[in-house]
Design a protein around this ligand. Structure first.
Ligand code: FPP
Length: 243
């Protein structure tokens, strides 16, 4: 598919519904997370084919530590396995990987895996894939404020934005949440101020190219006004066509 102006440049996704997908099949929750990794892999390729430039996914929230211990350790092992297995193929597809979130409390093995994946994909430029891991939107705002204060800078929007964990990319155009819930759940609180929101009833392991296209088609119908009125938006886009 050819990239067009209606393709969002940056898509963010809350990948919800792995547990329910597994439960419906009388499988352990971890089986749902494993299918979730497959869905993420498919989604990355579909985004590249459609000309999306940045994909940001919520893989493990600051609050997910409160899940049963076996699910938390299962997710960590799944992550280690996925990194070892998937990074070479992702790199061949031109994916630049970033892990976004608080790292200090992660194991040395996970931290080393993140660093290796980031270094080995740093020169790729087809798609930036931000994996939010041990991430929370409130954590991000608080850590940015701490950094701005430590630099002795005024606490302005610009200085805070520059100190946020996703300062290497523009804000998401489209935020998708799967799994039928309609909430943000402490994801990109600062960065989604003007993102279009799309809620899908598909459970994350079921999410594929067809569901992604439905979300993008819905996005194409939205008028993004960024606080202005409709006539101002139409006027400025006409001027862009003339110029
Ligand atoms: C939410 O589903 C999903 C997660 C907490 C984990 C998302 C992780 C992946 C898709 C795999 C990729 C990440 C790693 C760590 C390799 P849920 O468990 O809350 O589903 P439920 O609402 O149906 O219970």
């Amino acid at each position: 598919m050819t990239p067009s102006t209606t393709i969002p440049r940056h898509i963010a996704i809350v990948m919800d519904g792995n547990g329910r997908w597994a439960k419906q099949r009388f499988l352990p929750r971890l089986a749902g997370h494993k299918q979730g990794v497959e869905a993420l892999r498919r989604c990355v390729s579909a985004c590249i084919e459609r000309g999306v430039r940045v994909l940001t996914v919520f893989a493990f929230s600051s609050e997910n530590w409160n899940r049963p211990q076996d699910e938390v350790s299962g997710l960590m092992n799944l992550l280690a396995g996925a990194l070892a297995r998937e990074v070479p193929g992702l790199s061949q597809e031109g994916v630049q990987l970033h892990f976004v979130g608080e790292r200090a409390s992660l194991s040395d093995k996970v931290k080393a895996g993140f660093a290796q994946a980031e270094t080995s994909t740093a020169a790729n430029h087809r798609l930036i894939l931000n994996v939010c891991f041990n991430y929370g939107g409130r954590w991000d705002i608080a850590q940015a404020a701490e950094r701005v204060a430590a630099q002795g800078l005024p606490m302005t929007e610009g200085n805070l934005s520059a100190a946020m964990a996703l300062s290497h990319v523009a804000d998401p155009d489209l935020l998708i949440r799967t799994g039928g819930e309609s909430r943000i759940s402490n994801f990109l609180l600062w960065q989604t101020a003007y993102s279009e929101l799309y809620f899908s009833t598909a459970l994350w392991p079921e999410f594929g190219a067809e569901q992604l296209d439905a979300a993008i088609a819905d996005f194409a119908t939205r008028e993004r006004r960024f606080g202005q009125i409709s006539e101002q938006i139409k006027h400025s886009s006409q001027q862009r066509v003339v110029a």
